[in-house]
Design a protein around this ligand. Structure first.
Ligand code: PLP
Length: 357
C-alpha cells in the first residue's frame, strides 16, 4: 500500500513515473537491459540526456543564452561551485533566510569577501527581509539567496533589487511555480525534492558567466567544462537523469509549470487556511512569505507533536516530523503530492485536534 509521504527530501515521486520506471527496469526500450546498466555514451542514454535537457528548457522557458547542466554533489556542492566559478572580483553578497542560506554563505567565505546583506536569523527565520530595504555593496560578482527555505517554510516573492547577477538555490521549489529565468545569472537545484531521486543537481547558468572560474576550481566543478561536454565529462548520475526525464514528461502532460502552480497554490491554501482557523496548530511564518512547498506547524506542546507524528504515521501519513532544528511538524507538499494527500492530512489534523482538546 502506498502512503502519503510528506518527506522534505528525498521525497515522494509521481506514481505514474514510478510505474513507468518499474516497467522499463529490466528492458529499456528493447535494449534488454535497464538504463542503469548501459554506457552513458550509448545512444539510448545520450537520447535520455538530451531529451531531459530539452524538456527542462521547455518547461522553464529557459532562454537560448543559458546552459543547462546536470551535475553531481547535491546543492551543497554548489555552495562552493558558485563562488569558484563566478567570483571573478572576489566579492559577493548573501541573503540569509535559513540553514542552507547560512551554509552557502559560510562556504563562500572560503573563496572571497562575502557579506551578509540581510538576515532573518534574529526572528528564527520566520520571514523574508523586505527587498526594498536591502542594500548591496558595489562591485560584487553576485547576490546569493535561497528561493524557498525548505526547513523554515518561507519563500521569496520578490527578487533582490540590484543590477548584480542573481544566484538562487531553488532546490525545494524548482518547477513548482513560474519564474522568469532571464532575471537570473544562475539557478541551481538538487533533484531530490521536487524532481527525481537524489543524484543529479541541476544548474542553469547564463553562458556569458562561463569561463570566469578561479584557477584553483576543481575540473569537475567547472561549469564551462560541463557545458562543453553536455554534462558528460565523466559518468553522470544516469538513473537520476532518466527519472528526471520521466518527471518532466509527466509535468508536461499535466500542462506544465503554470498548471502545477495552480494546484500547488490550491494545496497550500487549503492547508494554511485550516491551520490558521484551528485552535491547536500554528505556523509561525509571516503570511506573505509562506512557502507553497514546505509547511511547518506546531501544536505548542512537544509531547503532543510527537503523538501527532506517531498517529499520523499509523494512518498512512508519513515523514511529517519537522527538521531537527525546528522541531514540530512539516508537511512537504511538492509537485508529486496529490490534492487528495493534502485533504487526507487535513482530515487527520481535524480528528487529532478533536481528540486532544
Ligand atoms: C535540501 C537542500 C539543500 C541541500 O541539498 P543536498 O542536495 O543534500 O546538498 C540545499 N538547499 C536547499 C534549499 C535544500 O532544500
Amino acid at each position: 500500500m502506498r502512503v502519503y509521504n510528506f518527506a522534505a527530501g528525498p521525497s515522494t515521486l509521481p506514481l505514474p513515473v514510478l510505474e513507468q520506471a518499474q516497467k522499463e527496469l529490466l528492458d529499456f526500450n528493447g535494449t534488454g537491459m535497464s538504463i542503469t546498466e548501459m554506457s552513458h555514451r550509448s545512444k539510448p542514454f545520450m537520447a535520455v540526456n538530451e531529451e531531459a535537457n530539452a524538456l527542462l528548457r521547455e518547461l522553464m522557458n529557459i532562454p537560448d543564452d543559458y546552459s543547462v547542466l546536470f551535475v553531481q554533489g547535491g546543492a551543497s556542492q554548489q555552495f562552493a561551485a558558485v563562488p569558484l566559478n563566478l567570483m571573478k572580483n572576489g566579492k559577493a553578497d548573501y541573503i540569509i533566510t535559513g540553514n542552507f542560506a547560512q551554509k552557502a554563505f559560510e562556504e563562500g567565505q572560503k573563496y572571497g569577501d562575502v557579506f551578509a546583506a540581510a538576515s532573518s536569523k534574529e526572528a528564527n527565520y520566520t520571514y523574508i527581509p523586505d527587498m526594498n530595504q536591502v542594500k548591496f555593496r558595489d562591485g560584487i560578482d553576485y547576490v546569493h539567496f535561497t528561493y524557498n527555505n525548505t526547513i523554515f517554510g518561507s519563500r521569496f516573492t520578490q527578487l533582490p533589487k540590484t543590477n548584480a547577477t542573481l544566484v538562487t538555490d531553488m532546490s525545494s521549489c524548482i518547477l513548482s511555480e513560474e519564474v522568469d529565468v532571464s532575471k537570473f545569472g544562475l539557478i541551481y537545484a538538487g533533484a531530490q525534492k521536487n524532481i527525481a531521486p537524489a543524484g543529479v543537481t541541476i544548474v542553469i547558468v547564463k553562458k556569458e558567466l562561463l569561463g570566469q572560474h578561479m584557477p584553483i576550481t576543481p575540473t569537475m566543478l567547472r561549469y564551462d567544462i560541463q557545458d562543453k561536454n553536455d554534462s558528460l565529462y565523466n559518468t553522470p548520475p544516469c538513473f537520476s537523469i532518466y527519472m528526471s526525464l520521466l518527471v518532466f514528461r509527466w509535468l508536461k502532460s499535466l500542462g506544465g509549470v503554470s498548471a502545477i502552480q495552480k494546484i500547488n497554490e490550491e494545496k497550500a491554501k487549503m492547508l494554511y487556511d485550516f491551520i490558521d482557523n484551528s485552535s491547536l496548530y500554528t505556523n509561525k511564518v509571516a503570511v506573505k512569505d509562506r512557502s507553497i512547498m514546505n509547511v511547518p506547524f506546531v501544536t505548542g506542546s512537544e509531547e503532543l507533536d510527537a503523538k501527532f507524528v506517531k498517529e499520523a504515521t499509523a494512518n498512512g501519513l508519513v515523514s511529517l516530523k519537522g527538521h531537527r532544528v525546528t522541531g514540530g511538524m512539516r508537511a512537504s507538499i511538492y509537485n508529486a503530492m496529490p490534492v487528495e494527500g493534502v485533504k487526507a492530512l487535513i482530515d487527520f489534523m481535524k480528528k487529532f485536534e478533536l481528540e486532544n482538546k
